[in-house]
Design a protein around this ligand. Sequence first.
Ligand SMILES: [Zn+2]
Length: 235
Amino acid sequence: MLDILAIAAHPDDVEQTCGGTLLRMAEQGYRTGIIDLTAGDMGTRGTPEIRVAESEAAARVLRVTHRENLHYPDARLENTMAGRMTLANRIRELRPRTVILPYWEGRHPDHYRASEIGYEACFLAGLRKIDQYTEPHRPYKIIYSSIYANVTPTFVVDITNYFDRRMESLLTYRSQYGPVEAGATLFPDEQEIRDRLAAMARFYGNLIGVKYGEPYVVKETMRVDDIVSLPVRSL
Ligand SMILES: [Zn+2]
């Protein structure tokens, strides 16, 4: 059973979007996990087998206690009843309190579809009669990782101490980010990847007065109980 479950479209998404947060939460003693919906079978580089193996190595770097791949169709991910039900059943077994989904809009259709499938599966997971063999479970909180979306985040998690390890987790995907010929003009090289991710993390870190951050959006209003201890300087 998990405290936090990140659901993503592709095997290396979490490493670019919320991996620092997962690391930080694991260090705080929470049980974290990842479900990747596709294995990248349409990718220019690598094979599904290689990418799943790489994702398992990355999971060890991120210190997650559970990672699995549902092998839904990559690049043509669809929100089907079967797909929602399979994911809902996984949520019932893993019982996360908090779920991290991709932001609901974006350039890549798989990303916003994964967001929709994830949301609907969280809802279905709470219905008793959906499956008589498993106990219902509805996650308490859904947060949306918004690093790919140009929107103002609801909050930013300080990942300053975890940025290097998050980068290390991404670079375990040697089939994607190693020095490979296939798609050399399409794929940025390793230094470019480092620079890009650092620039984005610096930008969001700067919003909360730290070096590196990961941004999130929530649909509900955030509650505050103590306005004296609010972090982030106003002026
Ligand atoms: Zn992706």
